[in-house]
Each structure stands twice: as C-alpha cells, then as structure tokens.
Design a protein around this ligand. Sequence first.
Ligand code: DX5
Ligand code: ZN
Length: 228
Amino acid sequence: MAVQINPSILSADFSRLAEEAKAVEGADWLHVDVMDNHFVPNLTLGVPVVESLSRATDIPLDCHLMIDDPDRWAPQYVEAGAGSVTFHAEAAAAPVRLAREIRAKGARASMALKPATPIEPYEDLLPELDMLLIMTVEPGFGGQAFLDIMLPKIRRTRELIAKHGLELWLQVDGGVSEATIERCAEAGADVFVAGSAVYSASDPAQAVGSLRDKAARTIATAGWACHH
Ligand code: DX5
Ligand code: ZN
C-alpha cells in the first residue's frame, strides 16, 4: 500500500493558488479545505475556485468539505473536477446515499470524523467509502497542534479495515508534520494531509518528499502493514 501525501492549500497563498499547486510537484493529491462558516468557524472557498483550480493543475483535487448540508452540495464538487470528495459524518443526513452519489458521478467517496466522533457506529458503512478521514485537530484552522489522543481511533479503524478486507484508504488531517507523521503511520494511516508543514517549508516539494520517506519507512515495519 503506497503512502500518499496531500498538501493542504489552506496554508498556501490564496492569491496564487496555481503557482502554489506547482510548488508541490510530486504530491499525490492537493487537499482543498472548503469551509462555510457554519459547520466550522471559518470561511474559505467554494465550487468556482475548485473549478478554476482543477483546470490550473494536473494534481488531482482532494476536497474536504467542512460544511453543513453536504447532501446538497458535495455532488457539485465532483462536477467541478474533484477526484475525491470528503463529507463530514456529523453533517450528512444520508451518508450512504451521498457516498453512492459521489461514486456514481465518478469521484472517490470519503467520510470524515471530528475528534469526538467514534468510528464504531460507522463500521457497516465502510464498504460504501473509498477513504475515511480521521481529524487529528478540531476542524477549522491550519497550524494547530496534533491530537495524540486520536491515535487509538486510527488504530481501531485500521483493524476494522483489515477485519472486513477493505481497500479503504485511511487519511489523517491536522498537525501532521515531520514530528508526528511516524506516529500516524505506525497507528495505521496511509494518506497524510499536511498544510503548514509543507507550505511553511522553504522548499515545499522537498517537504512532501521528506514526509513521504518518513511515513513509508514507518509503514514498512508497522505491524498493520506486514499482516496485509
Ligand atoms: C483543518 C483542515 C486541515 C488543515 C491542516 O481544519 O482540515 O486540512 O489545512 O493544516 P495543518 O497541517 O497545518 O494542521
Ligand atoms: Zn482538511
């Protein structure tokens, strides 16, 4: 299972998004944080910006919707060019229907959990998803400190993925850096979002490579990956 590194443009310069995408050449996905000032206390961008960005870069877009009523809005992000669309479990009225709609429109369907939301109630939904996102900070802002207390949830989720024999990707988002990525990888994550750790580096593309090497080395020796 290949490690994937997804730089978050929340930490980029919003007036130069196309150039900021070029600055992370080699990234697997570009993580696009959509915030509506209701689900989280911050406001970022929406469908028109995703549409423009998808034309401006060859890196596929991983849209993380921190918005109310994703049932209504998420399909539009697929139409805007997103290759993966993540809605929040706490906000979706009908997550199974929504995941099926995202897949039917041709994108990868993903669901996110805030720190206080457990994975266990969603065990039966996992086959409907291509990725599960475990937030390792309270969503809303970049540059927050990684929540170590989320590591057991990452571990339990990895066990559920193995138990059901799923191909599901397990993404972590929030405070992921050179200092924390090994803990995430060891616990079972294989897709890593990094905002400030990438865009505050003097060479963002090199920061992506270095995060990837660290995670890959850890996963190569991690118990969960060896049994796979
Ligand atoms: C936070 C966003 C994250 C954020 C991560 O709500 O979902 O994607 O950009 O930023 P860092 O990596 O700086 O914690
Ligand atoms: Zn995010």
